[in-house]
Design a protein around this ligand. Structure first.
Ligand SMILES: [Zn+2]
Length: 294
């Protein structure tokens, strides 16, 4: 290995000399190390609120969770890349900030709260809403689209299938809050399938539908922390990942199961650290803004 490395350094040196450049000192970073570290990317984890699930039975097709409840984290993420800044998901509604009591949905299934506003949370990492260039939502349920319309310069990268669904007359009539959370976004780029956000493979939206028609996960290649795969709502609980349980309210069960299979194969192939976005355990393990993963 050493002799191969030495000969590569020699070849590189010869190329640099031919190009009329100065040869680098011997202790400089090797080409292999440059390739391994990749561009300078940071990932911030921000707290978009808490969801108390009062009726966990909704999160399986059978009665496995009858009578159980759970506390879900509701994170959103800011990924700073040399070519731009992406926000992944948008937490719960900012209307919850400062409410004296957490809000319980009329059906009693969920009790939700949010600790702080987007502006304050971004301020803590030296940013403002206008600094976000791209917004991508794992999907458009209420707990992921809270401040989606509060990013004046962002382009919403959205699966065409998700866009057509959430802005359909059916959803507008049945779930107006979900429709209204994204209806006024001006800059929209519709995508179909996987999407490489910055064109260098380091931040990739992975199309994994079923929870909703255009549900996605996100693969980030960090220079030091390595590959991270954010699950969106493919799995809400570790137990659902282990047992391949599908929530009762998913758009398409068969498609969800296919996405679970694709997700696991992909996670294995890239050796990614999988983060279940609603898992409080996973959330607690991540550094929180202003700290970051890089
Ligand atoms: Zn969710």
């Amino acid at each position: 290995m050493r002799s191969m490395k030495n000969s590569m350094i020699y070849i590189l040196g010869a190329i640099l000399l031919l190009a009329g450049c100065k040869e680098k000192p011997k202790d400089s970073t090797s080409p292999e190390e440059v390739a391994a570290s990749g561009p300078d990317i940071k990932m911030y984890v921000l707290d978009g609120g808490t969801v108390l699930v009062n009726n966990l039975e909704l999160f399986a097709q059978d009665t496995t969770y009858r009578g159980q409840s759970a506390e879900f984290a509701d994170a959103y993420y800011v990924i700073v890349h040399p070519e731009g800044t992406l926000m992944w998901d948008a937490g719960l509604s900012e209307q919850l900030v400062g409410m004296p009591e957490p809000y319980t949905s009329p059906d009693g299934n969920f009790t939700v709260s949010r600790p702080d506003s987007l502006v304050n949370q971004l301020k803590a990492i030296g940013m403002a809403p206008e600094d976000i260039d791209f917004l991508a939502l794992s999907h458009t349920h209420f707990d992921h689209s809270g401040h989606a319309e509060a990013l004046p310069k962002a382009t919403w990268l959205v699966q065409e299938a998700e866009y057509n669904w959430v802005l359909s007359p059916v959803v507008e009539a049945a779930q107006p809050d979900m429709f209204n959370a994204v209806n006024d976004i001006k800059n929209v780029k519709k995508i179909k399938g996987d999407y490489d956000v910055f064109g260098d493979g380091t931040v990739q939206i992975k199309y994994m539908p079923g929870h909703t028609p255009g549900h996605c996960t996100l693969h980030i290649q960090l220079p030091e922390a390595g590959d991270v795969l954010l699950s969106g709502d493919l799995y809400h609980l570790e137990l659902n990942r282990v047992n391949k349980r599908v929530p009762i309210f998913n758009y398409d069960v068969k498609q969800t199961l296919e996405s679970m299979e694709a997700f696991e194969a992909y996670a294995d192939s890239v050796g990614a650290r999988v983060v279940l976005q609603h898992s409080k355990e996973d959330f607690d393990k991540m550094p929180k803004a202003p700290e970051y993963l890089k």
